[in-house]
Design a protein around this ligand. Structure first.
Ligand code: CUA
Length: 180
């Protein structure tokens, strides 16, 4: 039992069993393979998105979102009248996460570049764009920026994939991509 001192106190001078050495070697080689694969997948596998992150005050981020919503709302949807916003091509677009919604609904144009800013108003949420399967962690106090160019038009779902409380399963949003 671990509460008693070991019989041989100088345990690090004990000979290491050859099987243990093999396990250490296997683990080392595997970790090195993973280390190389991370950048490899980024460059050749179109995974592990490049992003920027900045500290941001949630209130300030909320104001940026409201500014965009005021200027570029084109219609409202659903019972709650959530605004659908079509910001100018090439601009900074904002999406906020809060208990328990994604706000607003963005409508982007296919083949055009946008700087997408994501942040949370309360605590950690998971941005999961489906069916594209892009997954990002959204934290309060951080402006997470990804430069995106939608390559497919259609209706996309945004679901929260980080458990965030009682309404987590209802935290679903939407994004539209229109043909030019
Ligand atoms: Cu937000 Cu789960």
């Amino acid at each position: 039992m671990a509460i008693h001192p070991p019989e041989t106190k100088i345990w690090w001078k004990e000979p290491v069993h050859s099987i243990e050495i093999w396990w250490v070697l296997i683990a080392l080689v595997w970790s090195l393979i993973m280390f190389v694969m991370m950048p490899y997948w980024h460059v050749y596998g179109e995974q592990n998105l490049s992003n920027e992150a900045y500290r941001v005050d949630p209130e300030y981020f909320g104001e940026k979102v409201e500014d965009m919503v005021k200027k570029y709302t084109i219609r409202e949807e659903g019972d709650t009248g959530i605004p659908v916003v079509a910001p100018p091509v090439g601009s900074d677009v904002f999406l906020l996460a809060r208990l328990w919604e994604w706000y607003p609904i963005l409508e982007l144009k296919k083949g055009e570049k946008y700087r997408l800013h994501l942040s949370s108003m309360d605590w950690m949420h998971g941005f999961s764009l489906q069916p594209t399967n892009i997954n990002l962690s959204i934290h309060p106090g951080y402006d997470f920026v990804v430069t995106i160019t939608p390559t497919e038009s259609g209706k996309f779902s945004i679901i929260c994939n980080e458990y965030c409380g009682i309404g987590h399963h209802t935290m679903a949003g939407r994004m539209y991509v229109t043909d030019k």
